[in-house]
Design a protein around this ligand. Sequence first.
Ligand SMILES: Nc1ncnc2c1ncn2[C@@H]1O[C@H](COP(=O)(O)OP(=O)(O)OP(=O)(O)O)[C@@H](O)[C@H]1O
Ligand SMILES: [Mg+2]
Length: 510
Amino acid sequence: MIELRGIVKRFPGVVASNGVNLTVHKGEIHCLLGENGAGKTTLMRILYGLYQPDEGEILLNGKPIRISSPRAALSYHIGMVHQHFRLVPTLSVAENMVLGLDEGTGPFLNYRQTYKKISQIAEKYGLIVDPRARVWQLTVGQQQRVEILKALYRAADVLIMDEPTSVLTPQEVGQLFSTLRTLVDDGLTIIFITHKLDEVMEISDRVTVLRKGKAIATVNTPETNKAQLAELMVGREVVFRMEKNEVKRGERMLVVDNLHALNDRGLPALRGTSFDLYEGEILGVAGVSGNGQRELVEVLTGLRHATRGRVTLEGKEMTNRSAREIVDMGVAHVPMERKTMGTVPNMTIRENLILKSYRQRPFSHGMFLDNKAAEENARRLMNEYQIMAPSIDTTVKVLSGGNIQRVVLAREFSGDPRLIIAAHPTYGLDVGATEQVREILLAQRDRGAGVLLISEDLEEVMTMSDRIMVIFSGEVMGIVDAEGAKIEEIGLMMAGERKQGVESASTEVA
Ligand SMILES: Nc1ncnc2c1ncn2[C@@H]1O[C@H](COP(=O)(O)OP(=O)(O)OP(=O)(O)O)[C@@H](O)[C@H]1O
Ligand SMILES: [Mg+2]
């Protein structure tokens, strides 16, 4: 159905696509796999008309076509769900759906008809969302459904999805996969970018592996396995196991006591959350997304107001301090949304790497910024964290998703933080980089930092943590030692069943 031939795309200092050939059959789920910066997103942006290739051609059903814009792509029935969503948060689902269409917006829009059409598509493919809801009120999983609906609303036959599962909970991934299967049964073709080999094995019919801007192999999924794919991707064997050192946990460090907070909709999100975190331990937080994880992270990092309760770090009051003060107390934060919160996209790598420390030595001398120190810092961290970019003065917005994550991690982990709050730290990273980040987190714990690890990847929580805390509906259902923890027990707590002996905070006698 689609054939890309000899696609070349050059950016200043990088050849993102270096003569890529790719054939996609009608009705298949075709995975694109490759390390961070291999050129997956670039290739798909070319197919979606966001970039023009410098060389090469695109054939649709055997005929050469020119895709000059996303609008042109849609006229060929090619739709895309981006790695970072492009919805307008203040508009409703329905408004987002018709945005940019000739159907018009505002007073001229026939909402009744739009709602009807949305519900029809939504029902058919199991993509349930409220068309009247504002996008900012939706969870990430729901926003993704809107993005998919948006493409289907525009009659896409080919759906390109850029790392759709990295933001989803296991349950949501299951739902997405069943949606994708219905879509394929209905004759759609899906191109799916992911770093997760289990997903490739589960969902795809064929896989193409990209390495350094070239398609190096296309294989039939039933004829391959994870080890082979990993090796194709990184050019070496990959170990999937983590070595964890024995660490004796130290002093009690973070004390969270009866914390309450509201979510963006003004509803209770944390309802008496209490726990302790010790030096030299990783406390993993498991739970289905939307159960207060986001609000917990935001309260602990000074981005959200606690309405009740108390947080102390090494005996010092941390409740409702500003983000800046909390950073100065030695708290590092790997945020969930790194494009918007983790980095300043229009600034360079060098600038982004000193965002937190530019007021301190060695970067600041009185009123002046020491450029030399900033430069050395950037070079060292780029090397240490293998940030792939032409130079330290490359703006962060042009980096690949995984490389943006590396910039955030490099900045947050330098300066030996006391407490690390890591929300989905391996989100969007390739297998090699995931391994590296996990090693870094373990090293931080080994030197005595406390780590709060929020991840919806249960396997990650189970392998990385010393203790696992499960939260449900803003309350702690239980905390268990990771060693010997049973996945069934955790699953039950994730569904709202309290561990024996754990009482509800809301019925607690004052
Ligand atoms: N607009 C741009 N300007 C300059 N360089 C770019 C631009 N877009 C991508 N690049 C560079 O092209 C290369 C390939 O990037 P791309 O985003 O396609 O990688 P990717 O395979 O999607 O990686 P990831 O898994 O990290 O998302 C990277 O080196 C990236 O920095
Ligand atoms: Mg990408």
